[in-house]
Structure formats: structure tokens, C-alpha cells
Ligand binder design. Structure first.
Ligand code: PEP
Ligand code: MN
Length: 268
């Protein structure tokens, strides 16, 4: 295992644009689940920035369970993300669904997101890892921590020096929440690797009222950042509305994270 030896590539702090992940300061990644329109993205991006986020998330290519669900604005979504970066100064993380999109997505993204459904796609892992861009790798919803680590190895072995792991919840017998956020994984991954770990309590719970408490719990157990979904009007969201925070609720979440961070000697 790449993580078991004294790896010269080991780098606990990585940079996405001018944002450091893995340092004492926690990083907030926020934005819409899906880029839906110019006004929706810009409103959300500005609210994310004002609330304290430093990286903007947003899907242009969406992995949807149903083929009849909205699949994303694709190239136009990327153009809008580039405009949002121009306006807010925040670097962009956005998902790449397959190898044919890599060049197009990498031309805009500051960080390539590999989603839960693609964590085991070894060809995508290798090609994304060779793009010379930071990579955010989300845990497969049915993957063990060990399988997650092996997927991370593919990305690192392809030459990526700037890899961040994201715990986003796993499938269990529990149906009261969309997934079960496996916070055990956070201290485990921090012990077993040198990589920054972020937690996504939006997908991990699927319920906006649980996002803030689980974000605080993530910070308490050692996460280097959290990634959350925002929408100006969650009831109108084209994807994942029930787990999207309003800008006001995001402000409250950040207040709670600041208190939690100071309790453990970190900052937001
Ligand atoms: C996302 O973060 O946009 C997403 C689709 O999440 P996941 O891959 O974890 O389901
Ligand atoms: Mn989503």
C-alpha cells in the first residue's frame, strides 16, 4: 500500500487556487448541487462567499439515478462556473463523470471532483490523476474504507500530488436518512493517510436540518473541511432540494463551526 511506506509524495497541505486544505484552518466548500441558471449560481456563489466559504462547488455534469432527471447544463454550466469564479474569486470544484469530459472540465475546474458513483472507475481515477489538477475523491456509497484507500492510490499513482478525500455517507439498513454519514472514517483516514479529509453532510444525511449538526460533528472528529449544498430556494431546486441549505441557514452553520473549531484549536 502506498500509504504504508514513507512516501516522498506525502504532503499534508494542498492548495486549490489560493486555498490551503489540510492546514489548521478549516475549509468550507459550498454551492449548489447543480448549476441550474446564471442567476441561481451567482446568487448562491455570492451567498457562499459572504457566509465564509472559500471554494465554490456546483455540478455541471450530474450523475443522476434516473435518466429522466435533469442531467446538468454541461458545457454551459462550466461557463457559468467560470463566471462565478471571476466574480467571487473562489476556486471551483466540479464533477467529471467520464474520461471523455476530462479535458473540457479540467479547462475550467480548479479541482476535479470524482463522485461516489465513480469511485471504483479505475480508468477515470488514473486519467483524472494525470491531469495535473487537484482531485476531490468522494467515497463510494457502497465502499469500505479500504476500497476508498485503494481508489485513492490509483489517483496518486497517476501523479496527482493534491488529493483530498471526501466522506459522503454510505448505504446501511437505515432509511430515516438518505445515507449514513460514516464519521468513523474521518479519524481512520487521518491516521492511515497524510491526505486532507473533508465531509459532505448534505449527501450524508439528505436532510437539511441534519446538515449543521453533522458538520459540527465532522469538525469535532478531525475533518479538514466540510462541503455543503446551498440553494436560494431549496423547494425549487432541480436536484437535492431536501438537503440544500438556504443562505441564512448556511450562516448559522458557519457560526456553529467557528465555535467548534475554536474548541479544538482550529479556525474557520
Ligand atoms: C455531488 O457532490 O454533487 C454528488 C453528486 O455527490 P456524490 O457523488 O457523493 O453522490
Ligand atoms: Mn447533490
Amino acid at each position: 500500500m502506498i500509504f504504508e511506506c514513507d512516501n516522498p509524495a506525502a504532503k499534508p497541505e494542498i492548495k486549490v487556487g489560493n486555498v490551503v486544505l489540510g492546514g489548521n484552518r478549516l475549509v468550507l466548500i459550498a454551492g449548489p448541487c447543480t448549476v441550474e441558471s446564471r442567476s441561481q449560481l451567482l446568487e448562491t456563489a455570492i451567498a457562499a462567499k459572504e457566509g465564509g466559504a472559500s471554494i465554490l462547488r456546483g455540478g455541471a455534469y450530474k450523475p443522476r439515478t434516473s435518466p429522466s432527471s435533469f442531467q446538468g447544463l454541461r458545457e454551459h454550466g462550466l461557463e457559468l462556473l467560470a463566471e462565478a469564479r471571476e466574480i467571487t474569486g473562489m476556486p471551483i470544484v466540479t464533477e467529471v463523470l467520464d474520461t471523455t469530459q476530462l479535458e473540457t472540465v479540467a479547462a475550467v475546474a480548479d479541482m476535479l471532483q470524482i463522485g461516489s458513483r465513480n469511485m471504483g472507475n479505475s480508468v477515470l481515477l488514473q486519467k483524472a490523476g494525470a491531469m495535473g489538477k487537484p482531485v476531490l475523491l468522494k467515497r463510494g456509497m457502497c465502499s469500505t474504507v479500504n476500497e476508498f484507500l485503494l481508489a485513492a492510490e490509483y489517483v496518486l499513482e497517476a501523479g496527482c500530488r493534491d488529493l483530498v478525500l471526501c466522506e459522503r455517507g454510505i448505504r446501511t439498513f437505515e432509511t430515516a436518512t438518505r445515507f449514513t454519514l460514516d464519521l468513523n472514517a474521518v479519524p481512520l483516514l487521518k491516521r492511515q493517510t497524510w491526505l486532507p479529509v473533508v465531509v459532505d453532510p448534505s449527501h450524508g444525511t439528505g436532510r437539511e436540518e441534519l446538515v449543521s449538526p453533522m458538520a459540527r460533528a465532522a469538525v469535532a472528529c478531525g475533518a479538514d473541511g466540510v462541503m455543503v449544498e446551498l440553494h436560494p430556494c431549496p423547494a425549487d431546486a432541480l436536484c437535492d432540494g431536501p438537503q440544500c441549505l438556504t443562505p441564512e441557514k448556511f450562516h448559522d452553520l458557519v457560526k456553529g463551526l467557528r465555535l467548534m473549531a475554536s474548541a479544538i484549536g482550529r479556525s474557520v
